[in-house]
Write a protein that binds this ligand. Sequence first.
Ligand code: ATP
Ligand code: MG
Length: 392
Amino acid sequence: MFHSFLIKYGEIGIKGKNRYLFEDMLVSQINYTLKSIDGEFHVYKQQGRIYVECGGNFDFDETVEALQSVFGIVGICPVVHAEDHGFDALAQEVVSYLEKVYPGESHTFKVNARRARKNYPMTSMELNASLGEKILQSLPQMKVDVHHPEIMLNVEIREKIYIYSKIIPGPGGMPVGTNGKAMLLLSGGIDSPVAGYMIAKRGVKIDAVYFHAPPYTSERAKQKVVDLAKIVSRYTGPIHLHIVNFTDIQLYIYDQCPHEELTIIMRRYMMRIAEHFAKETGCLGLITGESIGQVASQTLHSLAATNEVCTLPVYRPVIGFDKQDIVDISEKIGTYETSILPFEDCCTIFVAKHPVTKPNLNIIKRSEKHLEEKIDELVKTAIETTEVVVVE
Ligand code: ATP
Ligand code: MG
């Protein structure tokens, strides 16, 4: 029964020039998202609003679900269009709208008419009063409440007449692309896809880097990360996923350094390489799924030791979250089922029985001296052989 959607978005802090940027990015994200579903959609802005006109054989639920994945959307209002055939026909449309959307229900309501077309023969005030009266006659279970109505019945007179009242919640946040770009360290776990989602929700475009260690990590483990990136890209748009072969670096660290320091030193090299790609592609920060105390490499001491190699800011949006909080988000965004597939990740293979939990930076740096002979060459090779796939 619906013909289009009126898109509501947050307007705080988007005045002047920023407003255009915000709206244009929102339109382009909506277009990107609707590309993958059935139907013909026309997305446009008009008078400070964004509309999605729907045609073809579009499915209402599928379209709403897609729109609910677009950051920046606060509310989605399904709209019924009617031709302008005079007041009586309009009153009939409005009553039949209420009958269909609230069948048999009794509510308080208020009519909120707006004339975008000023040559319409009735004023907004007249429309409010006369439509209200018609509704009360046809649907006696409805009551008027002009202060706190349960239903705000919007009737907009444009070329056609637009009728809407329901607001389906959107995800909120800011349209991706309004806030620069950052590089996500994406593993196959639960936390990093959630971290990427959270930062993207603030308008940040995301690229990603994954470290794999064939043959210690399988092709299936790699595919799982591609699959996760694909799910995250529903919200963020296309992700350039950098797949780094980390095996030789890991083996070399394993040979040269104390095993209890392996994880920290490995993580320091991951950060260095991730930062290389971040800078190369214009990213302004790194993102990880680290959370304080979750594992040995995420104590404050370990985080400090890992962080020390980075010059870009490292964003850790789940840093203060309990595991269950992160799981809840991953279920909501649809990454959980993929994240828990039981494929080894490169950290678990080389994990020591008793990793240091309070690494001393001086000792770590001394251990890294044992790598001097070959490590630069190995890092260079890893960077040169990195495969980039565009996931969307
Ligand atoms: P996750 O659930 O995200 O894998 P985790 O709890 O397993 O996190 P760690 O393995 O210590 O924790 O990883 C901490 C963070 O380091 C991850 O959230 C991710 O951002 C990054 N990371 C870990 N392993 C990799 C990898 N193989 N490739 C890319 N990033 C990684
Ligand atoms: Mg992990």
